[in-house]
Design a protein around this ligand. Structure first.
Ligand code: PMP
Length: 450
């Protein structure tokens, strides 16, 4: 077999790494100096060279219950052997229905329908399309404008990058969707640096939505999409009162509010969803990642009462045999649904959302204790997430964080980087000792970095 060394392991020489065009990766550098993971269990990865690596980022914010959990592995194995695939258009299988009701029952508000897809990107695109279809079905087809936010990330689809606010994710890819505006992001270094939890300053930034409404006529706006806490752009907890204001302005103008909970869903903030944590309900919630504990790709859009019904009424009136012209071959895939059901059981049985809430002050204190360490210009946190922002190396933005990240890996720790910010978001099974280890390793790496 290609790529094996004499003892049967993978030979990570440049030849064997060439063909895979890696996503969101510095490919040229990686292939000179690869980081390869070959196994994982609970809180640790095993690297190609056989070292145990503490997972400080739950993979990519998704392995909330820790790696290769017995119950999930078994559910996947059994399901793939029993029903590997079922057509998803005009057919169904029991697990997808069971999972949909499990998900709506996790929310205290009136959320009553779930649309399945395969990723966070697809969930964002699905939610945007569903918002447009909903308005059209109600006779408000002129509501076509979509509002995102600067520093928002909603995946890599054309819809997601259009409403997303990451410049580099957009500027190579043409003119994108028409009729998109962006709210300002909610971060101010001057006003918020080193705040713990939700920053006091910044709720007024939601009022920018009124400016956008005045500019275009609010009756042309379909939906606003935001991450309740922006994750991939450096962990930006919302200012106190911000989501409330956004909700009120959306209500005033009949605009749907979508929360992208791809990161915040499934316990990351110490509650099932950020929707519960903040007590401010959107009209749709997108989720993925922690839904299956990262095991099998799956995403979902959870809808508040009224959205599905509107489409059904429209179908009834028009005699349609398909009410919403949208879907994916793998929507509600049986193996993914089995993984998700087992994952939700693990979360519930082990009380992992409560555990995240209980550990959150410890993570906060441990993270903020690094204040004053070399290169640090801000520390932020919420739930079981902490971010350490570094002063960029002059003329080389993101390179310092990259060096710290590499150093951490050498010392047995995996974290995430977002620009010049280090993000820590361990599986919710993390112990206090492991939290200590995470920040000690980061401190050491900072000291070792120019
Ligand atoms: N939305 C948010 C908030 C995310 O953090 C991500 C992934 N980091 C996505 C969407 C995209 O998810 P995926 O990579 O599964 O498409």
């Amino acid at each position: 077999m290609d790529g094996l060394n004499s003892s049967g392991g993978f030979d990570a020489s440049p030849n064997n790494l060439e063909s895979f065009w890696m996503p969101y990766t510095w490919n040229r550098e990686f292939k000179k100096n690869p980081l390869l993971l070959t196994a994982a269990k609970d809180m640790h990865y095993t690297s190609l060279d056989g070292r145990q690596i503490l997972d400080g980022s739950a993979g990519l914010w998704c392995v909330n219950a820790g790696h290769s959990r017995e119950r999930i592995v078994k559910a996947v194995q059994e399901q793939v052997a029993k029903l590997d695939f079922a057509p998803t258009f005009q057919f169904g299988h029991p697990l997808a229905f069971e999972l949909a009701s499990r998900l709506t029952n996790m929310l205290s508000g009136e959320f009553d329908h779930v649309f399945f897809c395969n990723s966070g990107s697809e969930a964002a695109d699905s939610a945007l399309k569903m918002a447009l279809a909903y308005h059209r079905a109600r006779g408000q087809g002129e509501r076509t404008r979509l509002i995102g936010r600067e520093r928002g990330y909603h995946g890599s689809g054309f819809g997601g990058i259009s409403v997303g606010g990451i410049v580099k994710n957009r500027n190579f890819f043409g003119s994108l969707l028409n009729g998109v505006d962006h709210l300002p992001h909610t971060y101010s270094h001057a006003e918020q640096a080193y705040s713990r939890g939700l920053p006091e300053w910044g709720a007024h930034l939601a009022e920018d939505l009124e400016r956008i409404c005045a500019l275009h006529d609010p009756a042309t706006i379909a939906a606003v999409i935001v991450e309740p806490m922006a994750g991939s752009t450096g962990v930006l907890p919302p200012p106190k009162g911000y989501l409330e204001k956004l909700r009120a302005i959306c209500d005033k103008h009949g605009i749907l509010l979508i929360y992208d909970e791809v990161i915040t869903g499934f316990g990351r903030l110490g509650d099932s969803f950020a929707t519960e944590y903040f007590g401010v309900e959107p009209d749709m919630i997108t989720c993925a990642k922690g839904l299956t504990n990262g095991t099998i790709p799956m995403g979902a859009v959870i809808c508040r009462k009224g959205i599905y019904e509107t489409m059904m009424d429209y179908g009834e009136e028009t005699g349609a045999t398909i009410e919403l012209f949208h879907g994916y071959t793998y929507s509600g895939h049986p193996v993914a649904a089995a993984a998700a059901l087992a994952t939700l059981e693990v979360y519930r049985e082990e009380g992992l959302f409560e555990r995240a809430r209980e550990l959150s002050p410890y993570l906060e204190n441990t993270a903020h204790a690094l204040k004053g360490s070399k290169h640090i210009i801000d520390i932020r946190n919420l739930g079981l997430v902490a971010a350490i922002e570094l002063e960029p190396r002059p003329g080389a933005p993101t390179k310092r964080a990259y060096d710290v990240y590499r150093h951490c890996f050498e010392k047995g720790l995996l974290i995430r980087i977002a620009g010049d910010t280090l993000a820590v978001s361990p599986p919710l099974i993390v112990t206090k000792e492991q939290i200590d280890q995470i920040f000690e390793t980061i401190k050491e790496a900072l000291e070792a970095t120019d």
